[in-house]
Design a protein around this ligand. Structure first.
Ligand code: NAD
Length: 291
């Protein structure tokens, strides 16, 4: 069987997969592929599925399967799996780093020093200790973030439409999370329900001066509403790893004050790439064993 590695993975993954079949990274051979392995870059939509008549198995190295047309794949008898267990710590550490960097004014301090300025009196800081972190979605990544936030003396509350109780956080309604949180970190999948949920109406329910962290998916927030709230000072900060369009083109966030932007690097730790490789090998091994 032909295994197509459509995106970039750890350098040794092709060799490890050769135990199960022929491995290619040539997207031009999609028509011969029985297994296609992707991260978030390659979109497995109807076009790609129609171009792959031998396809039986799609592996998403990572969590969100919003880049794959799962219903269409399944209607063609193609199984789709992800590797949700691999990335949690990597993404939670980035979310935590963003949350700690904003009140510490880390980026502004670094930029101003390199511009030859000494802003000792201007760069006021606040602490995380004693503040409330509100999590939207209490899945794997949010639970890892909760552990880290508690270690810094934060109170951790959460809303999850599908989870009533959790040891990781005090569960409450979404409106209460909005009203009580000094920091809000979003950890839902992108679905019809979550698309655009962080909009002007939601921001109006939040504490003035709240800071939001988004490491889940860009379209969960309405970028123009967030940029406007940053401009008015209603939001004190917005840190995001993900965008409406990636790479972003003409995003209002690029010029908004107090926006902290990273290029979708939540899962890009060396350790995570190693874990992804292990999970993918396991998935391919299980598939090959069933044949
Ligand atoms: P998970 O499935 O463990 O948790 C998601 C949680 O969201 C679940 O508890 C679910 O019940 C909840 N949820 C679903 N719909 C909701 C709604 N309408 N309102 C409130 N909660 C809702 O997923 P995870 O591993 O924690 O990952 C979360 C998301 O992070 C992924 O879906 C993915 O989009 C994103 N992600 C981003 C990166 C990155 O590189 N930045 C890497 C990995 C994952």
């Amino acid at each position: 069987m032909l295994i197509l590695l459509a995106d970039a993975f750890q350098a040794d993954l092709p060799k490890r997969l050769e135990a199960f079949g022929q491995v290619t990274q040539d997207a031009g051979r999609v028509g011969e592929a029985e297994i296609i392995i992707v991260r978030s870059k390659t979109k497995v939509g109807k076009d790609m599925i129609d171009a792959a008549p031998k396809l039986k198995f799609v592996i998403r190295g990572g969590v969100g399967v919003d880049t794959i047309d799962v219903p269409y794949a399944e209607s063609k008898g193609i199984a789709v799996v992800n590797t949700p267990e691999a990335s949690s710590v990597a993404v939670a550490e980035l979310a935590f780093a963003m949350m700690a960097a904003m009140p510490a004014n880390l980026v502004a301090a670094d930029v101003s020093m390199k511009q030859g300025k000494w802003l000792k009196k201007d760069l006021e800081r606040t602490e995380l200790m004693g503040k409330t972190l509100g999590l939207i979605g209490i899945g794997r990544i949010a639970r890892e973030l909760a552990v880290r936030a508690k270690a810094f003396g934060m109170r951790v509350v959460a809303y999850d439409k599908y989870v009533e109780k959790s040891d990781a956080a005090e569960m409450m309604s979404l409106d209460r999370v909005y009203a009580e949180s000094d920091y809000i970190s979003i950890h839902t999948p992108l679905t019809d329900e979550t698309r655009g949920m962080i909009n002007a109406a939601a921001i109006a329910k939040m504490k003035p001066g709240v800071r939001i962290i988004n490491t889940c998916r860009g379209p969960v927030v309405v970028e123009a509403d967030v940029a406007a709230a940053l401009g008015s000072g209603r939001l004190a900060g917005f840190a995001t790893d993900v965008y409406d369009k990636e790479p972003p083109e003409g995003s209002p966030l690029a010029s908004a004050p107090n926006a902290l932007l990273t290029p979708h690097i939540g899962a890009s730790t060396a350790e995570n790439l190693e874990r992804l490789g292990d999970c993918i090998v396991d998935r391919v091994k299980a598939y090959a064993a069933k044949k």
